[in-house]
Design a protein around this ligand. Structure first.
Ligand SMILES: NC(=O)c1ccc[n+]([C@@H]2O[C@H](COP(=O)([O-])OP(=O)(O)OC[C@H]3O[C@@H](n4cnc5c(N)ncnc54)[C@H](O)[C@@H]3O)[C@@H](O)[C@H]2O)c1
Length: 415
């Protein structure tokens, strides 16, 4: 067989050394991936398995790929978004003998080609994000799709896609909804996206948060996290929701809740976090402030409908690195990172400690599937596994739990 370098398609192998440095930094702060997962993988279940890793290709993902490869898996990697790959990380992985098909800002056609190249490697297992590879294999590589033995899925959007796929064509393999694990969505979607999105927006714009109105479209786990960090930094979160329970939760959390036509005229920043398409688009333009900054934290690059903005704009210019201005009449609409996930495409992604937890969930899911015994169809990570992962994380912080005494545990005492 040819070596990883010959099989890979990356920007520049000479970038490897800075990539190794970044992966090493991530490793030093990832006790679960570098410790707990390594220990779990020692049973040999992953040996000889081809594992496709299709997650935003940056240092934390590369550490997971390395640990899987060290456990004896043949790892083939690609990015889960055409604009989020770090070329130095891709180079470092190839330098470690891992096959990679990904370049930053390759655009959609090249990204699709890269995903199909990963499909053609005939994976046994996929660690997916947004179900980007799984969906494409179902559409374009049905033979390899039918031969899959398992998929673990990272995101809310991806789990929804798998659920729809299960209803329409059926899943011929077991899939793990990693996002449904408490150790994933309680921390990653909320604290990880909350911190890293606000951090990325402020870094890209070099603006101040105190006093700013921030419209948050969608108050799920991500929206809640965004509101927490906006408030903590002195901004005012104004929530736009369509689900009454979520809207009530936002209100009880202390946010202003309003429909788009009332919220947007007050917003200096608009952040989408719905998981759907076109959450902000053509019909919202009349309500947006001149000079508003729009950013997306949800999975789809078209949550902020930049195509609709382009269609009605008099002029489209890059006004600062990663900021595109759509001039619509006398209104300036400034979109960050082309509408891609701003915390990843325009920032450093989730904090390392958060991804340590999320990738522990993904790694456990992948390992469970490699061990076998799961029926075809969508599964959730069980509460016992969730508790095992949380306990490992607490241990890494040196935190010891209390235990219930017999007396305290006896909650059915009748007299
Ligand atoms: N940027 C990141 O790093 C990151 C991390 C985790 C999740 N995500 C993505 O963020 C998105 C949201 O995730 P979540 O876990 O909060 O999902 P969620 O399903 O818990 O929340 C989404 C919310 O958006 C609301 N909504 C949907 N369409 C809307 C619309 N047009 N207008 C107003 N509200 C609308 C829904 O009612 C729901 O409350 C998903 O796409 C997920 O994949 C991104």
């Amino acid at each position: 067989m040819t070596n990883a370098r010959d099989r890979s398609d990356i920007a520049d192998i000479d970038l490897a050394s800075s990539g190794h440095q970044a992966i090493e930094w991530a490793r030093e702060h990832s006790p679960l991936v570098d410790g707990y997962l390594r220990d779990r993988f020692r049973d040999g279940a992953l040996e000889g398995k081809t594992v496709a890793v299709v997650v935003h290709l940056e240092a934390k993902t590369a550490l997971l790929a390395t640990v899987l490869a060290d456990a004896g898996a043949r790892v083939v990697a690609a990015g889960s978004n055409p604009f989020s790959t770090r070329d130095n990380i891709a180079a470092a992985l190839v330098d470690r003998g891992i096959e990679v098909h990904s370049t930053r800002e390759s655009g959609y056609p090249a990204w699709e080609k890269h995903l199909l190249a990963v499909a053609d490697s005939g994976p046994d297992l996929i660690i997916d994000d947004g179900a980007e590879l799984t969906v494409r294999m179902a559409r374009h590589r049905r033979e390899q799709f039918n031969a899959l033995s398992g998929v673990t899925e990272q995101t809310t959007t991806g789990v929804e896609r798998l659920r729809k796929m299960e209803e329409s064509i059926g899943l011929p393999f077991a899939a793990m909804a990693a996002n449904s694990a408490a150790c994933k969505h309680l921390f990653d979607n909320r604290y990880g996206t909350g911190q890293s999105t606000i951090q990325a927006i402020l870094n890209l714009t070099n603006l101040l948060m105190p006093g700013k109105g921030v419209a948050i479209v969608g108050y799920g786990w991500v929206g809640r996290g965004l509101a927490t960090y906006v408030r903590a930094m002195g901004g005012e979160p104004i929530v736009i929701e369509v689900d009454p329970v979520k809207a009530l939760e936002a209100y009880m959390d202390g946010c202003t809740v309003a429909p788009a036509h009332e919220a947007l005229p007050r917003a200096d920043f608009v952040i989408t976090a719905t998981g759907g398409m076109r959450a902000i688009g053509h019909r919202h333009v009349e309500h947006l402030k001149d000079g508003v900054i729009l950013a997306n934290a949800g999975h789809h690059d078209l949550e902020v409908d930049v195509d609709a903005f382009a269609a009605i704009a008099d002029d489209v210019t890059i006004v600062r690195e990663d900021i595109t201005r759509y001039q619509v009449g006398d209104k300036r609409l400034d979109v960050l990172s082309s509408g891609a996930l701003v915390n990843i495409a325009g920032g450093l992604g989730h904090p390392i400690e958060i991804m340590d937890l999320s990738f522990a969930v993904q790694g456990v899911g992948c390992h469970e599937l490699a061990r076998g015994g799961y029926e075809a169809g969508l599964h959730v990570i069980g509460a016992e596994l969730d508790a095992e992962i949380a306990a490992a994380k607490l241990k890494s912080y040196g935190i010891v739990l209390d235990t219930l005494s017999e007396e305290q545990a006896d909650i059915v005492e009748l007299d």
